[in-house]
Design a protein around this ligand. Sequence first.
Ligand code: GSH
Length: 339
Amino acid sequence: MSALLLSGAPGSPYTRKMVALLRYRRIAYRLLLSTTGAPALPAAKPPLLPTFYLPGPDGALQAVTDSTPLIRRFEAEFAGRAVVPADPALALVDALLEDFGDEWLTKAMFHYRWTYPADIRKAGEVLACWRGGPHDDAALAATADAVRQRQIPRLRYVGSNPSTGPVIEAGYQRVLLALEDHFRTHRFLMGARPGASDFALYGQLTQLVHFDPTSMALAAEIAPRVGAWVLMMEDLSGLEPTDTDWLNVTRLPDSLKALLRETGRLYVPLLRANAQALQAGQAELQATIDGQPWVQQAFPYQGKCLAWLRRDHQALSAADRARADAVLAGSGCEALFIP
Ligand SMILES: N[C@@H](CCC(=O)N[C@@H](CS)C(=O)NCC(=O)O)C(=O)O
């Protein structure tokens, strides 16, 4: 098969997630940093990064987005070096943490980047450099301003505001500490080899831990192992994983359980309130997260995330589901599977 074609950007956590995954899986790829000059490529709807251009049933290229189902598609299409754990109960835990990384940790990324002056300044300029060709100073200043003016008002879509900011930041710090603790004894979230959740958290943390100054300074202070892990995740092409490298789901380390507790504490109430709002046809969801009122636009996409997780939980055999439920009990995540 010829190299997979995708477009993306270094400042896009989901692009970083997928490029690192392709490297680890030794799937040849070509990354387009810009699609200008490639007019033959179809456009993704909605236009999200990364976009993959994959042959459809008629052989013509189709624009495909959404890292989570793409990872499963590539698991089926390319053999070996799987990122979905072999044990279905552990695979559910991995999928849950993947979603927490993709959908919750991205709130921290967006919040830090577009809240603090130093972060706004840097992201405006650097993201602008990645748009189009080289910029002279005036063009860079103008593009940086346009990027900022587009992104800052979008803070409300992720639910970041002065009352939720402290909840987002305290959550980010606890996640860093749980990861730091985990990396005292394990190389990856899923054991001695990475799972889909490793790549999801990695994607967001490329930005939080190594790009945006405020969240980066915090990580440097309290989580050196996390900083090292992020840089290592970038290229795992030389790792030789074996079947026994996965964690044993019946003996999950407390550090991983701490991450599940964060998922239950922060993300699960959001997913449930979002599902209720969507069901009632309401444009806004209202939740209480960590004791704070949380109001944001309801997201059909996160309704889909919840449906995928419920489908995966439902698809487990009774014995596997019992093992998964035993691990999730008391984390707050069990509430996801109660309709
Ligand atoms: N669920 C998607 C999310 C992708 C996504 O949200 N990408 C961001 C950039 S990191 C994007 O393209 N946002 C649209 C925009 O900025 O206009 C995935 O997993 O790939």
